[in-house]
Design a protein around this ligand. Structure first.
Ligand SMILES: *[C@@H]1O[C@H](CO)[C@@H](O)[C@H](O)[C@H]1NC(C)=O
Ligand SMILES: *[C@@H]1O[C@H](CO)[C@@H](O)[C@H](O)[C@H]1NC(C)=O
Ligand SMILES: *[C@@H]1O[C@H](CO)[C@@H](O)[C@H](O)[C@H]1NC(C)=O
Length: 222
């Protein structure tokens, strides 16, 4: 029988963390017309940075296991329009193209089932959250923006799998893109919501419902 070497044990432990990890938006940044990342990096509300040997899943993950329209869209840790120490929100001008990065955490490289469908990412935005800094926007409200008009709107849809992450270097983040509306008002705060539909975790034709969300505030500058 093959001996388990220390490096193999470490590798297996790493794999276990990868497979059990969830996903959230780790950072956002503007791109120039050539698609290169430029400018300051921004973070979601109350983001907990990744630190070696520390599990930050609990702090950053927000999982929804039903479609109840009344449930609050953002994680309880991301309801307040608050940035954790030293990790500011994005500051960009109207019309900016934004790239978000998140880890695939095994959802692409080690799917739970061969029938797994990794699903799509939806980006939504609104200029109208609340005067109190507490975001009570519900799942149902955000879903209603898919149709177009409303207090907010759909900014973009991409596949969770960008075709590069989850192959070879498992630390390579996946990327997803959206655009800040050209009509966003300079000096205002524009709120952006990330919704990942992972309901196809066990295959497309199951009744399983599983969504993840991340919420962020963007300062619109001139
Ligand atoms: C920020 O997140 C932490 C958990 O990471 C939580 O304990 C804290 O209450 C949150 N702060 C706010 C203002 O939501
Ligand atoms: C969510 O994913 C499931 C499973 O892949 C799919 O059947 C459903 O149409 C998706 N829902 C939306 C709104 O994209
Ligand atoms: C799963 O369902 C989605 C949405 O209905 C569809 O776009 C996708 O092609 C399906 N994937 C597979 C593998 O059947």
């Amino acid at each position: 029988m093959k001996q388990l070497t220390p490096s193999l044990i470490l590798y297996l432990a790493f794999q276990a963390i990868i497979v059990s990890g969830h996903s959230w938006v780790d950072n956002v940044q503007r791109t120039d017309p050539q698609g290169q990342l430029v400018g300051e990096i921004g973070y979601i509300r109350n983001y907990t940075a990744r630190v070696a040997n520390q599990d930050v899943d609990e702090q950053n993950t927000h999982q929804l296991l039903n479609k109840s329209p009344e449930q609050i869209f953002c994680s309880a840790f991301q309801v307040s329009q608050f940035q954790a120490n030293g990790l500011p929100g994005l500051k960009v001008s109207p019309g900016s193209q934004i790239v978000a990065q998140y880890l695939e955490n095994g959802h692409i490289s080690a799917p739970l089932s061969p029938a797994s469908v990794v699903g799509d990412i939806y980006w939504f935005g609104t200029e109208d959250v609340s005067a109190t800094g507490e975001d009570a926007t519900t799942f149902g409200e955000v879903q209603s923006w898919k149709g177009g008009a409303g207090r907010g709107r759909l900014l973009g849809v991409n596949s969770f799998d960008d075709g590069k992450c989850g192959r070879g270097d498992l630390g390579l983040p996946c990327r997803s893109t959206f655009q800040i509306p050209t009509k966003a008002v300079v000096g205002s705060v524009y709120t952006v919501y990330w919704l990942w539909n992972y309901s196809g975790k066990l295959g497309n034709n199951t009744k399983h419902i599983e969504y993840y969300t991340s919420c962020m505030d963007v300062d619109i500058i001139g």
